[in-house]
Design a protein around this ligand. Sequence first.
Ligand SMILES: *[C@@H]1O[C@H](CO)[C@@H](O)[C@H](O)[C@H]1NC(C)=O
Ligand SMILES: *[C@@H]1O[C@H](CO)[C@@H](O)[C@H](O)[C@H]1NC(C)=O
Ligand SMILES: *[C@@H]1O[C@H](CO)[C@@H](O)[C@H](O)[C@H]1NC(C)=O
Ligand SMILES: *[C@@H]1O[C@H](CO)[C@@H](O)[C@H](O)[C@H]1NC(C)=O
Ligand SMILES: *[C@@H]1O[C@H](CO)[C@@H](O)[C@H](O)[C@H]1NC(C)=O
Ligand SMILES: *[C@@H]1O[C@H](CO)[C@@H](O)[C@H](O)[C@H]1NC(C)=O
Ligand SMILES: *[C@@H]1O[C@H](CO)[C@@H](O)[C@H](O)[C@H]1NC(C)=O
Ligand SMILES: *[C@@H]1O[C@H](CO)[C@@H](O)[C@H](O)[C@H]1NC(C)=O
Ligand SMILES: *[C@@H]1O[C@H](CO)[C@@H](O)[C@H](O)[C@H]1NC(C)=O
Ligand SMILES: *[C@@H]1O[C@H](CO)[C@@H](O)[C@H](O)[C@H]1NC(C)=O
Ligand SMILES: *[C@@H]1O[C@H](CO)[C@@H](O)[C@H](O)[C@H]1NC(C)=O
Ligand SMILES: *[C@@H]1O[C@H](CO)[C@@H](O)[C@H](O)[C@H]1NC(C)=O
Length: 577
Amino acid sequence: MTSLISTYVKFLFIATLFGVAYGTSAASLYTPTSGPCPANFSLYRLTSPNQALSPDEASYVSSRNSAILPSAWASYLANVPGAPLPGYVTAVHPALGVAVSGGGWRAAIFGAGALNALDGRNASAAAAGTGGLLQAATYLAGLSGGAWLVTSLVQADFPTIQELVYGVGQFGGWLPQYSLALPSGDLFVDVAYLAGLFADVQGKYGAGFPVTAADIWARILARHFLNGTSGENFFDTTVPHGAGLTLSGVAQTDTFKAFAEPFPIVIADSRSDAGNQSNVNVAGGASIPLTNPIYEFNPYEMGSYDPMLAAFAPAKYLGTRNTSVCVTGFDQLGFVQATSSNIFSSYNTTNLTSLLDALVSTVGPSGVEPGIELDAAVYPNPFYGLAPGTYIDSNQTYLSLVDGGFDTESIPLQPLLVKARGVEVILAIDATADVDGFAAGSPLIVSQNRTKFFPSSYSFPPVPNSVDDFISENLTTHPTFFGCNSSAPTPLIIYLPNGAPPPGQPALTNTSSNQIQYSASEVQAMLDQTFEIATAAGVDNEWPACLACAVADRARERLGAVRGGVCASCMARYCWS
Ligand SMILES: *[C@@H]1O[C@H](CO)[C@@H](O)[C@H](O)[C@H]1NC(C)=O
Ligand SMILES: *[C@@H]1O[C@H](CO)[C@@H](O)[C@H](O)[C@H]1NC(C)=O
Ligand SMILES: *[C@@H]1O[C@H](CO)[C@@H](O)[C@H](O)[C@H]1NC(C)=O
Ligand SMILES: *[C@@H]1O[C@H](CO)[C@@H](O)[C@H](O)[C@H]1NC(C)=O
Ligand SMILES: *[C@@H]1O[C@H](CO)[C@@H](O)[C@H](O)[C@H]1NC(C)=O
Ligand SMILES: *[C@@H]1O[C@H](CO)[C@@H](O)[C@H](O)[C@H]1NC(C)=O
Ligand SMILES: *[C@@H]1O[C@H](CO)[C@@H](O)[C@H](O)[C@H]1NC(C)=O
Ligand SMILES: *[C@@H]1O[C@H](CO)[C@@H](O)[C@H](O)[C@H]1NC(C)=O
Ligand SMILES: *[C@@H]1O[C@H](CO)[C@@H](O)[C@H](O)[C@H]1NC(C)=O
Ligand SMILES: *[C@@H]1O[C@H](CO)[C@@H](O)[C@H](O)[C@H]1NC(C)=O
Ligand SMILES: *[C@@H]1O[C@H](CO)[C@@H](O)[C@H](O)[C@H]1NC(C)=O
Ligand SMILES: *[C@@H]1O[C@H](CO)[C@@H](O)[C@H](O)[C@H]1NC(C)=O
């Protein structure tokens, strides 16, 4: 993303000379509103002692469990070809969580290709024997580029992946041909575009909220990952481009209301002066200690199940600081996308200085409140005063949130390890750039390390200790199951790495995280190659059956059955030992 930063720095100075018009439709829709709080309003709820879920989430999952999953699981199994599956596979539906890693556009595209291979609505996926599993999942978590995928998908009402990428209804598609830096290539158009981004955030600033680089980023991402932008209106600064679409608003989409999609979650890391720097994975290039809380966002709530916080605030009222004046509209979905992918944090002291100067001079003569970190996604802290001495941000008026991968745990596994969620099996889709833009297990290693800090809260199966081990054991070139010998509540993890192209094919899916523009044909080629990776086309005809065996393995344990039929050989073949 270095090119992105340096491009901004060159052009923002010119953009700010334009002066920016306050009062565009996007600016007013992006502005949070204040009003009296509802009766009995609480800033947050505590999840302790047993990581209790919110009543809304529990109700969603329960409705999905009874109304959707039994038939979704049966439809999926009907697609699985070949050898008959043992009876325990068909007997009960498992609790599956899918997690999509970060890694910029590469991760969004690889994740999309993998979800497409699991989508029963794609006839090729159904024919390959993997389609339908997406419909049978309970949770779908995303981080950074993976969060772009998850949030754009649910706000567009869960279309197929081809529709998501190319557009459907009010959603104009991902529009990857427009660079995340200078999208037009024409100086005057681009300067007006950048000036428009600054204009969009003026209303929020005027309403008394800190505005940072993450808000500008939010307005950039909104043009790609929210309803309201198309190739025709991309440069039209008079339309809202997704401003006003909120995280809590996802709960009002038709598919969500019908419980017909997995419950979506995205995560971000917190940066805090009080973090324990001994616990930074320096070797992995991290900046955030593993012991800092990880915050999750879902359509109902934002907060953390990590034991040092164990509290959640209602998503709809993010931005609220007390129980008398309630803020709505702070939970802009573009801002949540920008929070989870806030890569600007790492540039704070070096190349971002000019961007931050431009921001300060643009948002107004009074500057910003002291202590606001202009490179962070800044949230009024709803948990202020909670758990002093335990919760590192207890005395912070504002939370400073950054990319969910900045602790190097770049697959969003943490929310799926919450025991109250009862996730039995996790499909971990990994497009991290470990070696040559390919994944080699680093996020699993880091997750294993992090869970060791919170042994009573989370449980994680054994995985290799180093990327070198992943490579030498050939775990990067095919899917692997971890935790086959463990039992619930430790989940079984199905690791699907973007680790190598299919045999005999050129490498298409290991593009650089810094690539901020793609042609439609490049994206399609990546999607198609990912489809082959995820279906093991031409590599293992039994893979679809093996995948079903792994997904059902904890349910088998629940039933007290022994692995049998094709599942016995599948588990022997794909389980890590
Ligand atoms: C800052 O910019 C310089 C020169 O443009 C570049 O070499 C360096 O990698 C950048 N640093 C970061 C952290 O992006
Ligand atoms: C508020 O709380 C009180 C006491 O718990 C309860 O009696 C009342 O019904 C609540 N009001 C609303 C609107 O929920
Ligand atoms: C976004 O557009 C899709 C497709 O037209 C629509 O079904 C969905 O309801 C819209 N989402 C929101 C949040 O308005
Ligand atoms: C910081 O973490 C290290 C290593 O986990 C631990 O030994 C130390 O006690 C921690 N420091 C504080 C102040 O919690
Ligand atoms: C509550 O917060 C608002 C800002 O959101 C502030 O203006 C107001 O003074 C606060 N009220 C109390 C009672 O603290
Ligand atoms: C980031 O930059 C801002 C503004 O220059 C500064 O106040 C803040 O301390 C910096 N944060 C870090 C973590 O370096
Ligand atoms: C805030 O709390 C942290 C420890 O949780 C402490 O290190 C820091 O000094 C406190 N800051 C203030 C301003 O009280
Ligand atoms: C992708 O992989 C190929 C083959 O290993 C390698 O030559 C190429 O440099 C990689 N691309 C990136 C961006 O790392
Ligand atoms: C994981 O923890 C081990 C043991 O504390 C440490 O040696 C290793 O560097 C850690 N690795 C990562 C990626 O955090
Ligand atoms: C990994 O693959 C290579 C090449 O196919 C093979 O020589 C080697 O034995 C494999 N290693 C393991 C541990 O399976
Ligand atoms: C199904 O997926 C394949 C592989 O990416 C793609 O070529 C095809 O267009 C998809 N079909 C539909 C109807 O989305
Ligand atoms: C799992 O159990 C099998 C059979 O007891 C053993 O061969 C294998 O090494 C074990 N794997 C792990 C990761 O402990």
